[in-house]
Write a protein of this length. Sequence first.
Length: 109
Amino acid sequence: MGRLGGAVQQQCWGRDLLALPAGDKGFGVIKPSGGGQTVGLLRGDELVVQPRGEQPRAYRYQLGPQATATEQAQVPDDLQEQLKAYVQTATSALLEDRVGVEVAAGKDG
């Protein structure tokens, strides 16, 4: 809805990455649905991906007609720690039934 100019209501935690304040790179947590247990964190042009039971891998990417992704020699510590924190937070929220955003009656979310 954000791309169409409408109000955005989150199903979990998050915000509209297409409507960030100037200078804010934003970030996204990636968790494909289904049985796969790979997670990722995207920030600016950096991506860290971690399949369950494997070491994380880091990439620099550029979107466009000729999208590119280049694997990096090291995973930035801050990205790896941020990914770990979000996975732990999401897992706790699911186990404690705290997923989603409550919207007050009569207010847009």
